[in-house]
Structure formats: structure tokens, C-alpha cells
Design a protein around this ligand. Structure first.
Ligand SMILES: [Fe+2]
Ligand SMILES: [Fe+2]
Length: 286
């Protein structure tokens, strides 16, 4: 049932990480492996929420969850090859204790169509993340792995978007209500999912020393900066805005404007020198 398996990836070809850029990438992959490995929390909430919708709940159980959990296993396997000192099991245990408190059934949206909008935002974020990582990765196995996961995330988005259209045909939500979910959920992903995972990864990296909040912030900024460098802003803006069903001419202008605005907000102005980025590199924790 899975579009690819771990046997398709030659993990023995993964070298041990060295160099700062690769080290930051290793932290990002490790953080992603934690969130993906906890996907079953969401499946359980979503299957309860959509219990009467057999098409949705079957797809979630038979396709979505196995694929997301495979992402977690594959990213974990890569992390353990590239970063042998990292204690994945112990870090995941700590992460899961905190993260499971955030994944509550009552945090789902008020209506099925709005929950599908929220799922589209999540899949847009993961599709953009793995596309960015596949662009930035110099290591061929990581490039292959992140490209495969990117294709899965785009397919997940298409399914959630199709389910959204079906529910929207019944609910007729206003663009205002949809926009609120789009922006609120984007903020939550950054604060809850990636924030929680990065915090635990940075703490794990500083084993034996207490990681101060400024060290966590420093690495969080470095990680976000790295991801932004490969971010497919145009693709992400189109996927993000699709649930609003804007008229074609308006859609072109709004998604173009959003992509440019996001690029400037995330990466700074185009004339900002590379030297400025280099000056902002985090100090090693160890
Ligand atoms: Fe995933
Ligand atoms: Fe996904």
C-alpha cells in the first residue's frame, strides 16, 4: 500500500555529519522525525472526528497514517546514521510527553470543512519543508528521502483539499472564516509542532549541559533561516490560498503578492548581503 519503503533507501551510504550547514540540517531532520513519529496522535483524533465519514476515515487509517509513520521511521534511520551520538529513543520519549498534551481532540476546528482547511495548512507546511530540504541537501540519500516525502505530502494535501471541497459544498463557509483558520493554524504549527520538536532536539544536542532559552532561540532561528533558504514560496502560497477559491485573476495577484511578502519577511530584502547571514550563525552549544 505504501508508495515507497525503507528498503528503497540505501542508508549505508549516509556519511557522518560534519560542518555547520550539515549539522543544522541534521537537527532539522531529527526534529521532523519526532513530529512524524507522533502522527498516530492526530490519526486517532481525526478518525474520531470524522467517524461517520467512511471515505475519510478509511483513507486516514489505510494511507495517511502508515505514510506519515514511515516518514518518521525513515527520518529517524537517517538521523541515527548521520548523528550517531543522538539518543533518539530518549528524546522522543520526552518530546512525546509534552507534544501529546498539545494534540487534543478539542483543538480540532469547529466544522469538518474548517478542519480540512487546517489539514491543508499542515500539508502545505510539510510539503514546503521537504521541498526546501531536498533543495538544500548535498548528501544524495537525504536528497532522495526528502524528495520522496515531499511527493507524499503533496498527495496528502490533494486528498485533504478534495475532502474540503466536498464539505464546503455543504457548509458554504465565508472566505473570512477560512482565512482565520489559514492564518491561525500557520501560527500554531510554528509555535507548537516545530517549536516543541526543536526545543527537545536542542536540549538533546546539549546533553550534559543545561540549554538556556537563548541557546534554544539561537538554534531555532538558525533552523528556520536554513529552511527558508530553500523554501518554494510560490508553490506554498498557491497551496495555502487554494481553499479561499479566489477568482483566477485575483488568485494570481494575491498568491504572487503573498509569495513575495513571505520571501521578504523570511529572508530579508534582496540586497541583504550573505555576510549578514554569516554573522548571525549560532554559537555551538557544546
Ligand atoms: Fe509526513
Ligand atoms: Fe502529510
Amino acid at each position: 500500500m505504501l508508495p515507497w519503503t525503507l528498503e528503497d533507501i540505501d542508508l549505508t551510504a549516509v556519511p557522518v555529519a560534519n560542518g555547520e550547514a550539515e549539522e543544522t540540517l541534521a537537527l532539522i531532520i531529527a526534529a521532523a522525525s519526532l513530529v512524524e513519529s507522533a502522527s498516530h496522535l492526530y490519526t486517532s483524533n481525526l478518525t474520531q472526528y470524522f467517524a461517520t465519514d467512511l471515505e475519510v476515515s478509511r483513507w486516514l487509517i489505510e494511507h495517511w497514517e502508515p505514510e506519515e509513520l514511515q516518514h518518521g521511521r525513515a527520518l529517524r534511520a537517517w538521523t541515527e546514521r548521520a548523528w550517531p551520538d543522538f539518543d533518539w529513543e530518549a528524546t522522543f520519549k520526552d518530546f512525546f510527553t509534552e507534544y501529546s498534551m498539545l494534540c487534543r481532540l478539542d483543538s480540532l476546528e469547529a466544522t469538518p470543512a474548517l478542519e480540512m482547511v487546517a489539514r491543508c495548512v499542515v500539508e502545505t507546511g510539510t510539503a514546503a519543508l521537504y521541498r526546501s530540504l531536498s533543495t538544500l541537501a548535498h548528501e544524495p540519500v537525504l536528497r532522495q528521502l526528502t524528495s520522496l516525502i515531499h511527493a507524499d505530502e503533496v498527495r496528502h494535501y490533494k486528498y485533504f483539499y478534495r475532502f474540503f471541497r466536498r464539505y464546503q459544498g455543504l457548509e458554504h463557509l465565508s472566505r473570512w472564516r477560512i482565512s482565520r483558520v489559514l492564518f491561525e493554524r500557520s501560527r500554531e504549527i510554528r509555535r507548537d509542532d516545530s517549536g516543541c520538536a526543536i526545543r527537545h532536539i536542542v536540549r538533546a544536542r546539549g546533553t550534559g549541559k543545561s540549554s538556556t532559552s537563548s541557546q534554544v532561540n539561537n538554534w531555532t532561528q538558525a533552523i528556520h533561516r536554513q529552511v527558508r533558504q530553500g523554501c518554494p514560496y510560490d508553490m506554498a502560497a498557491r497551496m495555502f490560498l487554494a481553499p479561499l477559491d479566489l477568482p483566477p485573476g485575483v488568485r494570481l495577484w494575491v498568491s504572487g503578492g503573498l509569495a513575495i511578502g513571505a520571501r521578504v519577511a523570511m529572508q530579508g530584502l534582496p540586497w541583504r548581503s550573505h555576510r549578514a547571514w554569516a554573522d548571525e550563525r549560532p554559537q555551538p552549544l557544546g
